[in-house]
Design a protein around this ligand. Sequence first.
Ligand code: ZN
Length: 70
Amino acid sequence: MNFSDPIDEAAEREQQMIEIALANRPKPNMVYTGECHWCEEPIDKGHYCDAECREDHEKYLRAQSQRRVA
Ligand SMILES: [Zn+2]
């Protein structure tokens, strides 16, 4: 497989844009700080720099709330 194909790269970039858009779906009780809420990377809009940060942060928040309940 040749991953340096420009069409593959474009598709990969598009996929990444979609993931970032999904990661930044509006959420209640979250304010725009100019930084990713997970890794503190500077961002133009939203709350996370990518979907992975959103997932990691949500996992973290879930773990936190479970700890509080128990
Ligand atoms: Zn991040």
